[in-house]
Design a protein around this ligand. Structure first.
Ligand code: ZN
Length: 136
């Protein structure tokens, strides 16, 4: 019997080194949370999930552009799937995320509330390809 290879990777760079079938195997059964943990610490993700969903307004949501506003804070989040660009404007994003290729809690929240398939596809793409993180 062939033992099934268990892939337990710690970094995005390691996933990118796998061949396509290994990547498929790796992504199989991964939850949104599993994928988000490549971009943020678990404690911070818990904090992200506490942002009330009612504070999020959808401005645009189609197969190319997903754009949201976090009311009260007046933050904008724009995900351009074709161009592989995320634009956002919180301080954490400006100072940390764009330099370290991590996500802030607002993005964590957005990926937790949009359609699961969309969310997973974007997160997989973020892992496999270099997206640009820009300040809006
Ligand atoms: Zn943010």
């Amino acid at each position: 019997m062939i033992e099934k290879k268990v892939i337990n990777l710690k970094s995005i760079q390691e996933i990118r080194k796998l061949n396509p079938s290994e990547q498929n195997e790796f992504f199989k059964n991964k939850s949104i949370k599993d994928l988000l943990l490549y971009f943020m610490e678990e404690d911070y993700l818990e904090e992200a999930l506490k942002i009330p969903s009612k504070n999020i307004r959808i401005i645009q949501q189609d197969s190319i552009i997903k754009k949201y506003r976090i009311i009260e804070k007046n933050y904008i989040i724009e995900i351009n799937i074709h161009k592989k660009v995320i634009k956002h404007n919180c301080l954490y994003w400006m100072h940390k995320c764009s330099k370290r290729y991590t996500l802030c809690k607002h993005l964590g929240k957005i990926f937790s509330i949009i359609f699961e398939e969309d969310s997973k596809n974007i997160l997989k793409d973020l892992i496999l390809n270099d997206w640009n993180f820009e300040v809006i």
